[in-house]
Design a protein around this ligand. Structure first.
Ligand SMILES: [Zn+2]
Length: 323
């Protein structure tokens, strides 16, 4: 899906404000040029022309003033004259803090990533190998629920190329996006991918995914059932049941396990008042010391793809997604 994103500070983007300094212009001219350029950007996005706008569109948007507006925009370098198939055209400035427009290449890359994350032939061996930990920071990731820094993504180690089992790793949203958003390369220079865990951590979502997609049986070794407090006025129904397949085994590879054992059962004294739901319900997760949820869905997270699966900027031609 094409879109244009306007930076938070676009209204005060220095080149735009500099329009007011042109002889004969004032703050009204700034607004006029801004409106002209933003409308051009939306047209570019809608027609996925990769920042290029033809003269017909410029004339349509600029109306009787198109020539003056183009000259002003060129002067402050918001537009750059070019040619397409021999015809006069303009290229919009490509600055993320002003306007970012998804290009055809980005959309194709995002589609590639999405297809990769939906391919069990790829995802089964990756999830079986990496378990539910980020290969960059080893935090436990979650596969469903509201997007947050711990949401599971698939990080393409070679941006722009379709993933293979060897070139894709499980990553938390935070690491995936930090790597993408740092265009200086500093983040990547300071981080290295951890080797695959010797004893992967498997939450209920991955246990279910591996079994349903490949018949692979792994032991759930992370998480514990959610505690549901029953109504005090209904003591007869209070009970404790054990979830199917939930094995309270401390994971050997949980180097970052918190001091208190998050895999232990309910605290003493609560057993008569709680119900352990099925593995498909919310779990408390071990490994990070933080508590999250794991609904047991076999959904594939966001692939760093944002709320719609494609949401954040990325560098090297993969803006909007994990790579
Ligand atoms: Zn991470």
């Amino acid at each position: 899906m094409p879109w244009a994103r306007v930076g938070d500070n676009a209204a005060t983007y220095p080149p735009l404000l500099s329009v007011a300094g042109v002889k004969g212009a004032d703050e009204r001219t700034v607004n006029e040029v801004a409106g002209f350029v933003f409308r051009c950007a939306w047209q570019v996005a809608a027609h996925t022309t990769d920042y290029v706008i033809d003269i017909g569109t410029v004339q349509m948007i600029g109306g009787a003033r198109w020539s003056e507006l183009v000259k002003l925009a060129e002067r402050v370098k918001l537009l750059e004259r070019t040619r397409v198939n021999g015809l006069l055209a303009w290229r919009l400035v490509e600055k993320d803090d002003f306007i970012h427009i998804r290009t055809v290449a980005e959309m194709e890359w995002n589609n590639r990533q999405r297809n990769d994350t939906r391919d069990p032939r790829l995802m089964v061996p990756i999830r079986q190998r990496d378990g539910d930990q980020c290969r960059w920071c080893r935090i436990v990731v979650v596969w469903s629920g509201p997007s947050n820094n711990r949401s599971a993504t698939v990080d393409h180690l070679v941006p722009g190329e379709a993933a293979t089992v060897d070139t894709a790793v499980i990553a938390c949203w935070e690491c995936n996006h930090a790597r993408n958003d740092d265009r200086s390369g500093k983040w990547e220079a300071e981080h290295a991918v951890f080797p695959p865990p010797v004893k992967p951590l498997y939450g209920s979502a991955t246990v279910k995914y591996l079994f349903e997609n490949a018949g692979v049986v792994v032991e759930q070794n992370i998480g514990r059932p959610r505690k549901t407090v029953e109504r005090a006025s209904d003591p007869d129904t209070a009970r404790t049941t054990q979830p199917h397949g939930a094995s309270p085994v401390r994971p050997g590879g949980a180097a970052t396990a918190p001091a208190t054992d998050p895999l232990a059962g309910a605290p003493p004294g609560e057993s008569s008042r709680v119900v352990h739901d099925s593995p498909s319900d919310e779990f408390e997760l071990a490994g990070s010391g933080r508590v999250g949820s794991d609904s047991g869905s076999d959904g594939l997270g966001s692939d760093g793809l944002g709320s719609d699966g494609l949401g954040r900027s990325r560098r090297r031609g993969r803006r909007g997604s994990g790579r």
